[in-house]
Design a protein. Structure first.
Length: 305
């Protein structure tokens, strides 16, 4: 299922933005955008979804600034962004489960035609309604206030260090963690390991998006690869969550229908995993230092330093 973002992505302006200042500007814009989509008397599912995506982008940008703002400030803001996004995640996951089930049914129409799934559908919709009701106006107001406080601290933060030394270091850390997560998940195929890999790939994708205007052709291609990989891993994750929901609502399905549905989920997951590792091996082919060094050459050749 497509996960394209409707939110316009700010980026470093290769003509006017100093490197670290440009990343901070982007981070500030994203926190402001998250506040904006959570504003209003009625916050819709689409607003929650957009806010979560923006908060992931904020954390990706923050990781590029880690060496400039210091460990204490980094861990404080990273935790604040994570805690702000967490309550919104359950509402998103329960909504996507219904869509994931329908996508699976459509994909395997002949195999699912005889399965009695209506009770399970109702259970998923009930979960969705309960999760949505937990997103109260008071909670949304609390999240907006948290984002305002983060924005103030970001604006006041003192940054130290040379642009590419800091930004490249943050990018290398993300690439290294992504490569390590890929190797672990290739060995275990565990849902939690694949989910961790997905998170690192998303951070890498957003960081490459930030840097792409400086050297559009090479970095833009890498960003597109990371985006595609994140999409595949997202679909795999949604199926893993659906698999867990089948177990949680086992009483809504006949045994033979439950087992048949699980087989289809695992069949689809295996196909997606094969695609993810094929693409992942290409994206994470290089050693982290060499990967960042290559992008650094484009950075310096653009005349930024």
């Amino acid at each position: 299922m497509s996960r394209g973002s409707a939110t316009k992505l700010p980026a470093i302006d290769p003509e006017t933005d100093p490197g670290l200042a440009g990343v901070r500007r982007i981070l500030f814009e994203w926190t402001a955008a998250a506040q904006k989509v959570l504003h209003g008397e009625r916050v819709r599912d689409a607003n929650i979804h957009d806010a979560r995506k923006l908060l992931k982008k904020c954390r990706a940008a923050l990781k590029l600034l880690r060496g400039a703002i210091g460990e204490v400030a980094y861990h404080r803001e990273n935790a604040a962004l994570r805690n702000t996004a967490r309550p919104l995640g359950t509402a998103r996951d329960t909504r996507v489960l219904v869509l994931t089930l329908e996508d699976l049914i459509e994909r395997f129409a002949s195999a699912t035609r005889s399965l009695q799934l209506e009770k399970f559908r109702r259970a998923l919709r009930k979960d969705q309604k309960t999760a949505r009701q937990s997103i109260t106006p008071a909670l949304i107001n609390e999240q907006r206030n948290a984002l305002r406080e983060i924005s103030v601290r970001i604006a006041r933060a003192r940054m130290r260090g040379e642009d590419w030394s800091i930004i490249g270091g943050g990018l290398e850390h993300t690439y290294r963690r992504g490569k390590r997560a890929m190797l672990v998940s290739a060995r275990t195929r565990a849902s939690e390991d694949l989910h961790d890999w997905r998170k690192q790939v998303k951070y890498l994708w957003h960081q490459l998006q930030i840097l792409a205007p400086v050297c559009p052709e090479p970095v833009g291609k890498l960003a597109a690869q990371a985006h595609k990989l994140a999409e595949l891993l997202g679909d795999e994750h949604d199926l893993a969550v659906l698999r867990a929901a089948i177990g949680r609502h086992a009483d809504t399905l006949k045994v033979e229908h439950r087992e048949a549905l699980i087989r289809l989920v695992e069949r689809r997951r295996k196909r997606l995993q094969k695609k993810t590792f094929t693409l992942g091996e290409r994206l994470f082919l290089e050693k982290p230092r060499r990967f960042v060094s290559r992008i650094g050459r484009h950075w310096h050749s653009s005349g930024r330093e």
